[in-house]
Unconditional design. Structure first.
Length: 276
């Protein structure tokens, strides 16, 4: 139903981390089906934070030597890609909630136009089956501009570097993103910095959607040892009564809520629950 691109105009600001965090947060908190897509090489992007056993499955109906994206490309070229067979080439991360389409292994050269056509067909088909399709616009895969052009909603990843904030809010946003629906995430957030959400809103007269993901040693360590899935499930399933304001778990919940609202998904889910 909606394609969401996680993107940043600056390197090292956590687009991949927030894509993974957002995917698990929304999948755990809402009755929704999500596809997380790696448009780059296999093992890159969000795959780098997951244990190999999450990606490899000996009982799979196909060999992963081909790779999820490679299989989609082959099906697209043959004209047989559809909502009924797409899920056969994804890996389940959370049963009936969150699937992963792994990156490319096939090194055959494709033109940029062929890659774009595959992406467009993938998004058309995926949005027929999944409620949300998440793309990580990192610098190792498909052109970030292409992923932005095909997004219904953009999650912009920034940090508390005032020079970067000035460049985004004063140059990038008014010149190229003024009409896009977006949510701003401040990654590795330090609440003691003077660049707080309140001060950023005031300084740049920003009235849009914004939230934070605090610097969390536990998540960083889990990412590095490829155990982010287990860590995010534990945090995402925290009891609301036990969630401390400003904690990683609270930030996960807020990120999920704001993205779901921005993409219009909470309204749609409420209608479905009422049987409308």
């Amino acid at each position: 139903m909606s394609t969401i691109t996680f993107w940043s105009p600056f390197s090292g600001t956590g687009s991949t981390s927030s894509a993974l965090i957002g995917a698990y947060a929304m999948a755990l908190q809402y009755r929704t089906r999500i596809l997380l897509v790696n448009t780059g090489p296999v093992g890159s992007s969000t795959e780098a934070a997951l244990p190999p056993k999450e990606i490899e499955d000996q009982g799979s109906a196909f060999t992963f030597e081909e790779g999820g994206w490679d299989a989609v490309e082959r099906l697209h070229i043959s004209g047989s890609l559809n909502k009924h067979n797409l899920r056969d080439y994804t890996k389940p991360l959370l049963k009936d909630r969150l699937d992963l389409l792994t990156g490319r292994i096939n090194r055959l050269e494709r033109t940029s136009q062929e890659h774009v056509e595959t992406l467009k067909r993938l998004l058309d088909v995926a949005n027929e089956y999944y409620d949300l399709v998440l793309l990580d616009a990192d610098r190792t895969g498909t052109s970030a501009q292409i992923l932005l052009d095909h997004a219904d909603y953009v999650v912009v990843n920034l940090n508390q570097n005032m020079r970067d904030l000035e460049h985004f809010f004063e140059k990038i946003r008014p010149e190229s993103m003024s009409d896009q629906k977006l949510h701003v995430v401040l990654n590795k957030y330090d609440p003691h910095s003077r660049a707080t959400i309140t001060n950023i809103r005031r300084r740049f007269r920003y009235k849009g959607s914004i939230s934070v993901l605090p610097y969390t040693t536990g998540f960083l360590d889990a990412f590095n040892r490829r155990d982010a899935a287990a860590y995010l499930q534990l945090e995402g399933l925290s009891n609301n009564k036990d969630i401390r304001k400003g904690s990683f778990a609270a930030s996960m919940a807020e990120l999920a809520r704001l993205i779901m609202d921005g993409a219009g998904m909470r309204t749609i889910l409420k209608r479905l629950e009422r049987g409308a």
